[in-house]
Design a protein around this ligand. Structure first.
Ligand code: FES
Length: 68
């Protein structure tokens, strides 16, 4: 089992937990302030990119990804 878990939340963000690094488009690490659990936006509507701010609940974002 991996030390990092990435979960696609139905109609919501990408949840990441564990010991990980998030890099920006230029390879620079984003300051996570020591957090080991974060939610990345995948609806594109957040005002706090790259993090989820809950806006997906109001923008009609639909996504259900299943392993099979
Ligand atoms: S997934 Fe939550 S604001 Fe985009």
């Amino acid at each position: 089992m991996s030390d990092v878990v990435v979960k696609l939340r139905d109609h919501g963000p990408i949840l990441i937990s564990g010991d990980f690094v998030i890099e920006d488009g230029q390879g620079e690490p984003i300051d996570l302030a020591g957090k080991t659990n974060i939610a990345l936006c995948r609806c594109g509507s957040t005002k706090n990119s790259p993090f989820c701010d809950g806006t997906h609940k109001d923008c009609g974002f639909i996504a259900e990804n299943r392993a099979k």
